[in-house]
Design a protein around this ligand. Structure first.
Ligand code: FAD
Length: 617
């Protein structure tokens, strides 16, 4: 039978575009499509309309109906609300692209720059229910063509690479310009004639003369634009290893069951057998099947040292996991053997997939070190030209990845940011915009699948459709420090720093947590919480917290102050099993010989607090 695309070159180009599986292929087939249809992708205002008029295969038509339905949401005001805004988005990771799509639906001109030339991250992301629905809707916009097998299995997950491909295709069809191989190096302040621009590499690239009034940084955790401060939260060392193996999509491979997360506590025997038979000692392991066979595990340092993966023990996590201290071949062997054992040797010929450097796709890292920006937005004004700057994704808040919060909170922030840009387009006073954005940002770190609205069908860029309580806790006068202007001849942000409610130092943030712990452990025998270290040594304080919120789970009278390991075993398992709080320490860390690690305790108690303060459904 003849392929419908063969009659008509533009239909064929469209078919190839929808099927493309690399960044380059997508860009190439998109430009071929535009050539055949004689439309200029730079005409962003009319691009989608013209494309719709000219491309009328049945598949395309079905897609336009879905696009139109989405674009007709009242929040977008028929693409008129931001028609005068020009946005630069830094980074074509999932969150940059997701934000770009929303900005383009608001009618803005959107240019995305990405320093990489390829989408090469095989790692597979676990998703929250709302992100699954969001991505299904986006995929459906494309008549199930962009990524047919997404979320069709028992487990809902997608590789970062496939996620980027879906988002890139949607973005391009909506008129977003996406440039690969373009590296952002800084902002260029307006001169008398020009507005805000970016310094980029290569300097000769046309984007270097693009003038914009909205700048979204979605560059991941390693790059935050000037003026944004971040806090670091580092727990006790936890070593994550990721490994990707070639998926040949054979029947034998298809039959091997995925592992959605086996933690040591649930399957002691499995981990003991693994240790006895291979010398590999893990806390947990996850296996997902996607483009690759993807494994992620938390390994114990002792076994990595014993197996020669880590050459020398060091107290500092960075030194410990430094490239020079890791035997790459031994790491590959370790990951290979763990994967082989956990799948019962049923994945034939485990061959490593390649990473972006053409090497075996294995990585090892300390996943408890996270950064979080102190604020989500700011406005800069120079020579009368205002620039709205916002952070999204890992750039705003790095996730604790075992909780799967990266994409979920990343997309929530993308929608919140689009809502802010909408207010910018509507001409709302900038301090009001900043106050609203920062109020909403305060909710983000507490979001869980349980405390966000379950009515996914009504999710929009309006925060009220997603968060249960949106209170504007921050007022305009409290965010004056986020308005950085040269008006009056001097920059005013330093003067106002002291009014910033978000600039709490880490201690005051911790004090709030301490007060919460004190309040809910008051009156328990042998429990006196005064700090994040010694007060927790016996384990009774943690058990008291559990008892306070869930008295049926624990019998306090059966516990003894002199049994810290037993008490912690009990508390950690209950919190993991009943409330889904992953452990970041082991019970043995609380014996009298060990020093209680303050940051690990803070990290852990923050999760415990969140788990207990979820509003009742
Ligand atoms: P990124 O994906 O980091 O994208 C940033 C982009 O910006 C990159 O493409 C980069 O090349 C580009 N860039 C950077 N600097 C520049 C520059 N100067 N100029 C131009 N471009 C630039 N999340 C989940 O939700 N669920 C999970 O199960 C999960 N598992 C994870 C497992 C591991 C091992 C890891 C490491 C992370 C995991 N995450 C998970 C987190 C998730 O991967 C991130 O939250 C997500 O990728 C963040 O997307 P982003 O768009 O913010 O940033």
């Amino acid at each position: 039978m003849m392929n419908p695309g063969q009659h008509n070159p533009s239909h064929a180009a469209f078919e190839l575009f929808t099927q493309a599986q690399t960044f380059k292929e997508v860009q190439h087939h998109f430009s071929e499509l535009c050539k055949h249809l004689e439309i200029n992708p730079k005409d962003y205002k009319t691009f989608y309309r013209t494309l719709k008029d000219k491309l009328n295969s049945w598949k395309a038509k079905a897609m336009w109906t879905k696009f139109d339905k989405r674009a007709s949401h009242p929040d977008y005001q028929q693409g008129k609300v931001c028609a005068k805004n020009k946005c630069l988005v830094l980074g074509a990771g999932p969150c940059g692209l997701r934000t770009a799509i929303e900005l383009s639906l608001l009618g803005a001109q959107v240019v995305v720059i990405e320093k990489r030339e390829t989408f090469s991250r095989n790692n597979v992301l676990h998703l929250w229910p709302y992100t699954i629905i969001d991505l299904r809707n986006l995929r459906n916009l494309c008549a199930k063509k962009f990524y047919g097998k997404f979320c069709t299995g028992a487990l809902d997950h997608v590789s970062i690479r496939q996620l980027q491909l879906i988002l890139l295709k949607v973005a391009l069809l909506l008129g977003v310009e996406v440039h690969s191989g373009v590296e952002y190096q800084g902002l260029v302040e307006p001169t008398g004639e020009n507005g805000w621009m970016a310094q980029i590499k290569p300097a000769s690239h046309p984007v270097s003369s693009y003038q914009f009034d909205v700048f979204i940084s979605a560059a991941g955790g390693s790059l935050r634009p000037e003026g944004f401060k971040s806090k670091e939260l580092r727990g006790k060392l936890a070593i994550g290893i990721t490994a990707n193996f070639v998926n040949r999509h054979t029947a034998a491979e298809a039959q091997v069951a995925e592992i959605s997360g086996v933690a040591r506590i649930y399957n002691q025997k499995f981990f003991q057998d693994l240790h006895t038979q291979t010398g590999i000692d893990l806390e947990n392991i996850v296996y997902y099947k996607d483009d690759t066979h993807y494994f992620v595990m938390t390994a114990k340092k002792k076994s990595l040292l014993k197996k020669g993966v880590i050459k020398q023990d060091c107290a500092d996590a960075e030194d410990l996991l430094a490239r020079s201290n890791v035997d790459y071949d031994a790491l590959c062997q370790y990951a290979h053997d763990a994967a082989d054992f956990s799948t019962g040797g049923k994945l034939p010929d485990l061959e490593f997939a390649q990473n972006h450097q053409g090497k075996k796709d294995v990585a090892m890292f300390d996943f408890t070190c996270m950064h979080r920006a102190e604020n989500a937005s700011m406005v800069r004004e120079r020579k009368g030209k205002k620039l709205l700057i916002a952070l999204v994704g890992d750039c705003l808040m790095e996730p604790f990845w075992p909780l799967g919060t990266g994409i979920a909170r990343g997309f929530l922030a993308a929608f919140d940011t689009a809502w802010m840009v909408r207010s910018w387009g509507l001409g709302t006073p900038h301090l009001k915009i900043l106050a609203e954005r920062e109020s909403v940002y305060q909710l983000l770190s507490q979001t869980t699948p349980e405390n966000t609205s379950k009515n996914y069908a009504t999710y929009s860029i309006n925060p009220k459709t997603r968060y249960q309580r949106v209170n504007l806790t921050i007022q305009a006068h409290q965010v004056q420090n986020l308005y950085d202007t040269d008006k009056g001849g001097s920059l005013n942000n330093k003067v106002k720093n002291k009014h910033n409610p978000m600039r709490q130092d880490s201690m005051s943030g911790f004090e709030e947590l301490l007060r919460w712990c004190q309040k809910h452990t008051a009156g328990y025998k042998n429990v006196h919480v005064t700090d994040f270290t010694e007060s927790w040594r016996s384990g009774l304080a943690l058990c008291a917290l559990i008892h306070h919120f869930r008295p049926k789970l624990i019998d306090m009278s059966s516990l003894s102050e002199s049994e810290p390991v037993l008490n912690h075993h009990l508390a950690f398992s209950l919190l993991e099993k009943e409330l889904g709080v992953p452990r970041v320490m082991s019970p043995e860390d609380f014996t009298s010989r060990a020093q209680v690690d303050k940051l690990s305790m803070v990290l852990y108690l923050t999760q415990v607090q969140k788990a207990f303060t979820v509003p009742p459904k």
